[in-house]
Structure formats: structure tokens, C-alpha cells
Write a protein of this length. Structure first.
Length: 457
């Protein structure tokens, strides 16, 4: 049997190779672990815990089951990584923080973990993240920062907070990664690393056993090579049949392009790549319309001191953050602490203002099948200048989160689909649909992906 390269291979392609005996789960898992444990690679920064023995045992069990005709899902026998927020029985959930190094191992799996195991996925390890998932850059001062595969020589950010998740897929350390998204934490690392990310509607996938950042905004989603990979993974996490639906005809689709807020201060490469993607969709028959999105300009003002996220993060951490201050990332500690300045009345205003902006944004989006924008305004910046300058770090973090936060604030679902030319800096196209329209969104995503891939062939 010929060993397959995991790097950016779609799940269904790997599954077909398993069925046809071109490879085995053992071989795929050994390949994933070899890439993780390569001393010349990024595995030591990408993973906080590697499940070498358990993963190989799971792979052997999967191969034995397959030999007997038992294949529970398209993820059966496939290497998958978990962000270090999801409980795994017997493993510590440290949320990327030194302050939780003494926490007891989880007594049981999170629902997400349990569903992955039931689906036959091979869990290869726990991926790095920004401490407590509170940044869009992906830097971690405790466990170091995984370098973006696009430009290792410069040492560019992976995006956050699901930093290790994005790198683990792009670098072939797994076929699918499971992340969380509260302000962009699935979509940002997807965009910056050139993979596909799916921010599901909040509440679609259970959060039981997931370390929280904001109970109002937290969501779970996959990072993977293709939209199809995200569909089957999401179905498993959502306890549905993992079937890929038909793509919607591109000529029937109507896309709105917001002109306010999300197109400000794009770097030249992102701007030209985004325009190129819109041209390709338009030439393929889609209707692309510029829309006034003035309500987007109001979003920053509706989030004083971190807004709902800031208040909920502070409420979670306040009982321990002073005692453990020396073991927090100072940049994260300061951001969490801002939530202390939000009064109960302020928080009520945040919810009222959010509801008002959501209603007007929904009315603006009503004539369209989806809203399109660049996932991130800039390509991945270098790590060193951000580590050295707090002002630069803060400005870059705000810019990195700006567009993706729109989706969380509006409570939409969204995909980030790679739209850059091969060999150039990774750029994501964000395709956003209304809350709880996830099944509709992925059918649009399949159509958009096909057009973008065809233009790159």
C-alpha cells in the first residue's frame, strides 16, 4: 500500500483510499504523528499534547473494524486534532494557559469529543491557541506560537485563537481540526493558513465540556481542506447524517457586498484578491451587488470594554484572575479585566444595541443569498514586531478580528474559503448567511468553492 500525503487532502479522498486499500488508518496516523513530532517542523508549537499511543491504538481499531465492514462515518480512521478547549476524559484542558496547569484531568469527554470518537475519528492531539481563546492573532507567550506554513522564513502569525488548528491542517498534521469561534477564531486561522473554516450558528453544536469564553457568542466549527470536509464534520458534530448536498447553481445566486466598515484599509493583496474573486463569481453568472451597510459602522461602539464578550469573560475569570495573574498572558489578562468596567446597565444596553443592529443588518441582507467580504483585511503579519510592541499587537489584533466579528455580533453562520492564487499570501473569502441557515450556506459554499478552484486550475 502506498502511503498518502495528508497535506490538504479532502476527507472523502482519504476515505476512498481507505476503502480501496491504498492506505490504512495506521499509515495515515503514523504520517500525521511523524509530521507532528518532526523536530524540524512546527509540531511542538502546534500541539500542546500529542496522543501518540492512543491515536495508533484507535487507528488499529479502525482498520480492524473496516476489515469487518464497520465504518461508522466519513471520519472513520481519519486523523483529527482538537483545540485545547475540548474536554477529553483523562486529559487536562488548559485552554492554552499556564494558570490551568494544575487542573484535574477531565472526568468525561465533551459532547464534541464523544461524537468524534463515536464517528471513528482518530484524535491525534490537542492544539495550541491564544490563551483562553482571547485574541485573533494566535500568539501564545506560554507555549510559543506556531509559524504560518505560508512563510516560515519570516515567521508569520497563524491567526487566532485556533492557531494550532489552522497550522495542523495546512501542515498535514491532521486532515481536520476542531476549533471554536467567538470573534473569528475558526475563520481567521483558516484564512491566514489557506484552509476552509466553518463558523456554525451559535448553539448548533453543543458546548458542554468546552472551556468558555462567552456563552452568548461561542460556537464550534471545523477547519479543513474543503467545504465538503467541513460539511461532513459539522454533520457529525451536529449529530446528523454526514451527506454532502448538491451545490446551488451559481447563476441563481445573489451576493451582497457591504461597502461600509469591512472594506476599509485592506492591504493591496487582499483588496486585489477579493476583487478578483468577485469578478470570477460574476463571470460565472452570480449577481454581485454593492450594498449600503452603514449599520456595520455602529458595531465597535456597541461593544464598549469588550461588550458582551468582555463582560462574560470577566465573569468567568474574576474569581481567580488576581490570584493567578502571574500565570496569565499579560495581554490577555488586561483584555479580560476590561469587562469589569461594564455595569449591568451597560450590558443591557449592549444587548439592546446588538438586537437593533442585527434587525437592520438582516433587512439589508434580505434580498441576497449570502453576504461576501474578505475574511481578514490583511495577510498574516510577522510575529516578531507584534511580540515586541504592545501598541502594534493591539492594533493588529483589532484589524484581524474586525471583519469576522461582524458575523459573531450579528449571530450569523459563515464560511471562510481560500480565494488566493497558489503561491501567494493566503486570503479568505467570507461567505455569510443568516442565523440557523447553515445547511443553505454550505450549498452556496460548494458552488463558490467550485468557481474559485476552477479559476486556479
Amino acid at each position: 500500500m502506498t502511503q498518502m500525503d495528508l497535506q490538504m487532502k479532502p476527507v472523502l479522498e482519504l476515505q476512498a483510499a481507505l476503502w480501496s486499500n491504498k492506505t490504512t488508518s495506521r499509515e495515515l496516523t503514523e504520517l500525521a504523528l511523524a509530521r507532528i513530532n518532526d523536530p524540524e517542523g512546527e509540531g511542538s508549537r502546534t500541539f500542546l499534547q500529542v496522543h501518540d499511543e492512543a491515536a495508533l491504538a484507535a487507528a488499529d481499531a479502525s482498520d480492524a473494524s473496516r476489515a469487518n465492514g464497520i465504518v461508522p462515518s466519513p471520519l472513520a480512521g481519519i486523523p483529527v486534532s482538537l483545540k485545547d478547549l475540548f474536554d477529553e476524559q483523562g486529559q487536562q484542558t488548559k485552554a492554552g494557559s499556564k494558570s490551568l496547569e494544575d487542573v484535574a484531568p477531565a472526568a468525561k469527554d465533551s459532547i464534541v469529543t464523544a461524537r468524534l470518537r463515536a464517528a471513528g475519528a482518530v484524535l491525534v492531539g490537542r492544539t495550541n491557541l491564544t490563551e483562553f481563546a482571547y485574541s485573533g492573532l494566535g500568539l501564545n507567550c506560554h507555549y510559543d506560537t506556531p509559524r504560518n506554513p505560508w512563510d516560515r522564513e519570516t515567521g508569520r502569525i497563524p491567526g487566532g485563537s485556533s492557531s494550532g488548528a489552522g497550522v495542523s491542517v495546512a501542515d498535514g498534521m491532521c486532515a481536520v481540526a476542531i476549533g471554536t469561534d467567538t470573534g473569528g477564531s475558526v475563520r481567521i486561522p483558516s484564512a491566514l493558513n489557506g484552509v476552509t473554516g466553518f463558523k456554525t450558528t451559535t448553539g448548533r453544536i453543543p458546548l458542554e465540556g468546552v472551556y468558555p469564553l462567552s456563552s452568548t457568542l461561542d460556537s464550534v466549527g471545523p477547519l479543513a481542506p474543503t467545504v465538503g470536509c467541513c460539511i461532513v464534520t459539522d454533520a457529525i458534530l451536529n449529530d446528523r447524517a454526514p451527506v454532502i448536498p448538491k451545490a446551488l447553481p451559481i447563476e441563481n445566486l445573489r451576493f451582497g457586498i457591504p461597502q461600509n466598515y469591512v472594506l476599509d484599509d485592506l492591504d493591496d493583496h487582499v483588496a486585489s484578491t477579493f476583487e478578483g474573486a468577485l469578478e470570477k463569481l460574476s463571470r460565472a453568472g452570480a449577481t454581485v451587488t454593492e450594498v449600503n451597510s452603514a449599520m456595520y459602522d455602529e458595531i465597535p461602539g456597541a461593544m464598549p470594554n469588550g461588550g458582551i464578550l468582555g463582560a462574560e469573560a470577566f465573569a468567568h475569570h474574576r474569581s481567580r484572575m488576581d490570584e493567578e495573574k502571574d500565570r496569565y498572558d499579560p495581554r490577555v489578562w488586561v483584555r479580560i479585566r476590561r469587562g469589569e468596567n461594564l455595569s449591568a446597565a451597560d450590558l443591557i444596553d449592549c444587548h439592546r444595541n446588538r438586537a437593533d443592529i442585527q434587525a437592520r443588518a438582516a433587512e439589508m441582507a434580505m434580498p441576497f443569498d449570502a453576504i461576501l467580504m474578505p475574511t481578514c483585511a490583511v495577510v498574516a503579519p510577522a510575529i516578531a514586531p507584534l511580540d515586541a510592541d504592545e501598541d502594534a499587537y493591539g492594533a493588529a489584533n483589532i484589524m484581524m478580528l474586525r471583519n469576522t466579528t461582524v458575523g459573531n455580533f450579528l449571530d450569523t453562520c459563515a464560511l471562510s474559503i481560500p480565494c488566493h492564487a497558489p503561491g501567494t499570501g493566503p486570503v479568505g473569502l467570507m461567505v455569510m448567511a443568516a442565523s440557523r441557515h447553515d445547511e443553505w450556506l454550505v450549498r452556496i459554499g460548494l458552488s463558490v468553492e467550485k468557481i474559485l478552484q476552477k479559476s486556479q486550475a
